[in-house]
Design a protein around this ligand. Structure first.
Ligand SMILES: O=P(O)(O)OC[C@H]1O[C@](O)(CO)[C@@H](O)[C@@H]1O
Length: 532
């Protein structure tokens, strides 16, 4: 390989007007790589052009894929769609200003002081990432909390943290489909908590969901309408959950948190402009997609380890985990062949992870490539000298450069993205960069990035389990005392499934007890409640 300094200069892409650069010099592509990829690259640009023009880019669901229009409504394929995007942005701002000014108050007449966001997956990860990256709790107009699961303990802990301020907490329930059980349960738990405090949930509740006007009316829309919630923000069918951060899903929380959404939208629009066009060497999203392809041989053979050297960006890896894995992880390609595609994504932050798993990255199984994210400016505040003429920020940069070098010396590949500071504008840039890299990569490997059939299997199995759980509970109440096998025969269910139901019931329902034996099949479950 050529001298590294020469290779670095040759393979550094810079967007000086955005303060952005992408260094791919520490990836092991050879001289012929880009020429070899040219036909696939051409197809990916063609696909993207059609997608942005409003073609059905999600064939399995028969949907357009419009998240790129959200930050440049002029690109939307019809004036109605463009007006809808502009209206939503304006609506978010007006609503937030009414909340901040006290024009809309809590039930008790006081200004809202806290924000509880209830959602999961794409309806939580974007707002969580943005909150951690851009909201400083001490100066934010509303302090933010999340329910992103159906774990009662997690929910109760959050409610306890909110405490008496529940009376001035605005709850935003976010669900595109409006039927996701975890979110529905979170909403019901929240409603119960408000009621326990003598409060009317509806007077504190806002929905972000598919609406009849957007072509996907939802149960949540119906519920919020029926109960006269403070507001319903629409979500449209042409924005997917994992790419919804610039839609009402992200914009409602952001405006409420006092984030300048014009900056985040213009940052992403600016990155879109740069990454919409050829040549490849000037297109950061295409270069990233090509590096993913190169690292994993177009088959996801290597994991992507995301290492932002900035505490504020720690949740980026979690956000990207869904964006990449739910988009790319597919069984079939667009021609129906079984391909089992995917790229595993994980990471937290540097330098912290140096003291966790970087040991394995450097010396262990070579099954990954790193994505370093450098934020050039350490802090706006005066910095302490931790050594003569040396600051904590100098150390942070030292660890980034040191780890990149140590990995490369040990034949581990990496790309490095650099931005000036973590701001709404640059966060918008990063989101747009990765969204388009995902779209391009999906075209390179010929898969539909915009559906998620695999998630449905687990959801369906959970519904089946809940039905069995009800039958098992009735059966043990009737039987008095029985093993899993006996109950399974009586309700014609799988004995292992029945065993898991009984174990769960014994841990949660005081009317059911278990006596452990040598083997699970001999464990005896007893109904100690009132006879049915
Ligand atoms: O916004 P919804 O419809 O509640 O969906 C939440 C998440 O569930 C999924 O549909 C599947 O996990 C994600 O794609 C989505 O982001």
């Amino acid at each position: 390989m050529m001298n590294l300094w020469t290779r670095y200069q040759q393979h550094l892409l810079r967007y000086p007007d955005l303060g952005f650069s992408l260094d791919i010099s520490r990836m092991n592509f050879d001289d012929g790589f880009f020429a070899k990829m040219e036909p696939l690259v051409a197809r990916a640009f063609e696909d993207m052009k059609k997608l942005e023009a409003g073609e059905i880019a999600n064939p399995d669901e028969g949907r357009m894929v419009g998240h790129y229009w959200l930050r440049n409504s002029a690109l939307a394929p019809t004036p109605e769609l463009a007006a809808g995007i502009d209206n939503d942005i304006a609506d978010c701002k007006v609503f937030a200003s009414k909340i901040h000014s006290g024009e809309i108050t809590a039930q008790n007449g006081a200004k809202f002081s806290k924000l509880l966001i209830i959602g999961i997956g794409g309806s939580a990860l974007g707002p969580q990432f943005i909150t951690d990256a851009l909201v400083d709790a001490h100066s934010a107009p509303l302090q933010t909390y999340f329910f992103d699961n159906t774990d009662p303990d997690g929910i109760q802990r959050t409610i306890a943290n909110i405490g008496a301020d529940l009376a001035t907490t605005l709850s935003v329930v976010i669900s595109k489909s409006g039927g996701t059980p975890e979110t529905r349960n979170g909403m019901l738990e929240a409603r119960a908590a408000y009621e326990r405090a003598g409060l009317d949930f509806s007077k504190h509740a806002v929905a972000v969901t598919g609406t009849a006007s957007g072509g996907i009316s939802s149960k949540l829309e119906a519920y919020a309408t029926e109960n006269d919630w403070l507001k319903i923000f629409p979500m449209t069918d042409w924005v997917g959950g994992r790419t919804s951060i610039m839609s009402t899903v992200g914009l409602v929380p952001m405006t409420l948190q006092g984030i300048d959404i014009d900056l985040i939208l213009s940052g992403s629009a600016a990155m879109d402009e740069k990454t919409r066009t050829l040549p490849t060497a000037q297109n950061a999203s295409m270069l990233l997609a090509l590096m993913w392809y190169q690292a994993g041989n177009g088959k996801g053979a290597k994991d992507m380890v995301v290492l932002p050297y900035k505490d504020r960006l720690m949740l980026l890896s979690k956000y990207l985990q869904q964006l990449v894995m739910e988009s790319i992880g597919k069984q079939h390609d667009l021609d129906g062949n079984v391909v089992n595609q995917g790229i595993a994504v994980y990471g937290n932050k540097g330098s912290t992870d140096q003291h966790a798993y970087v040991q394995q990255l450097r010396d262990g199984v070579n099954n990954f490539f790193a994505t370093f994210i450098e934020v050039r400016k350490g802090s706006d505040q005066p910095q302490v000298e931790v050594d003569p003429n040396t600051t904590a920020s100098d150390y942070l940069q030292g660890f980034l450069r040191g780890t990149r070098k140590a990995l490369f010396d040990s034949d581990r590949e990496s790309v490095t993205l650099s931005i000036e500071q973590a701001t709404p504008y640059t966060v918008g840039m990063l989101v747009a960069l990765f969204e388009r890299a995902v779209s391009f990569y999906a075209s390179l490997v010929n898969i539909n990035a915009y559906h998620q059939p695999g998630v449905e299997a687990g959801k369906k199995a959970a519904v089946d389990f809940l039905k069995v759980l009800t039958s098992v509970r009735n059966a043990i109440a009737h039987a008095g005392s029985a093993t899993a096998n006996v109950i399974a025969v009586s309700i014609q269910a799988d004995p292992e499934e029945v065993y898991h139901c009984l174990t769960h019931l014994a841990a949660n329902d005081p009317q059911i007890q278990v006596q452990l034996a040598d083997s699970p099949g001999d464990d005896l479950f007893t109904w100690v409640g009132q006879s049915s």
